[in-house]
Write a protein that binds this ligand. Structure first.
Ligand code: MN
Length: 255
């Protein structure tokens, strides 16, 4: 099972979650919300197999932590993955959108200079702006749009510009979410939870709860759950190949 967007460091007991991830053989991208969390998250993960860490600066934190973009730019060269980054234009964060865009563009440009990275990207309430900035400043990086909630037209733009997507149980619970997922290219879709911020009842979602998303994807793709899981695994394999090329700088654009 694959959880390509999980805040592993923010669970109340991350060590026990990690043990269970390893026991079940899940592949996880542990995204961070601030570059200051990268060292602690790496220590937490240690040598756990198939658990990778993303260097992030969450758009919801930019209003108070914009200056951490400098630290991000220092650390990104040695980061294999980037995330969570992006823009949030929803009412509580709209006021900082201009600042968020400065930070996002700085991150994209610095990452593009290094050849690019696979990036887990937040776009709530700002899909159009995210796609614009990725198009102008994203270079050869591969953006995985996490929990995409834009319009079908915006989804089409994202498809055309080569974006990937990660979808989870919370997104797929809604009719809109399922409709969007049904329009995503099936060879560029991964599963995620966004745990522990997503919940079922009183419990946060755990990486293995992507099983629920696999079942829904199976219905959307008219295949059974195990075939859906196999396809997502194949997608991750092909994304990792792209990521390895980008990290070696082969994706470096001339711009
Ligand atoms: Mn998140």
């Amino acid at each position: 099972m694959i959880d390509f967007h999980c805040h592993l460091d923010l669970y109340p007991d991350p060590h026990s979650v990690l043990r269970e991830i390893v026991r079940r053989g899940c592949s996880v991208l542990a995204v961070t919300t601030t570059p200051l969390a990268i060292d602690g998250t790496k220590r937490l993960i240690g040598s756990a197999p198939h658990v990778r860490v993303g260097l992030g600066l969450h758009p919801e934190l930019v209003a108070t932590r914009a200056r951490e973009v400098e630290r991000f730019c220092e650390l990104v060269e040695s980061a294999d993955f980037v995330g969570e980054i992006g823009l949030d234009g929803s009412p509580p964060h709209k006021a900082s959108l201009a600042l968020q865009r400065d930070v996002f563009r700085t991150i994209l440009q610095r990452t593009a200079l290094l050849g690019g990275r696979v990036m887990s990207v937040h776009s709530r309430g700002a899909a159009r702006e995210v796609l614009e900035d990725l198009g102008r400043f994203g270079g050869a990086s591969t953006a995985v749009l996490h929990w995409f909630s834009g319009s079908l037209r915006e989804l089409e733009c994202a498809n055309e510009s080569g974006c990937w997507f990660s979808v989870g149980p919370s997104m797929l619970k809604t009719e809109k979410g399922r409709n969007l997922a049904g329009h995503m290219p099936a060879d560029r879709v991964l599963t995620e939870t966004d745990g522990p911020f997503t919940r079922v009842g009183n419990s946060p979602l755990f990486p293995w709860d992507v099983a629920d998303a696999e079942a829904t994807l199976g219905r959307l793709w008219s295949v059974d759950e195990s075939e859906a899981r196999a396809r997502v695994r194949e997608n991750l394999r092909s994304l990792m190949k792209r990521g390895a090329l980008e990290r070696r700088g082969n994706g470096r654009s001339s711009a």
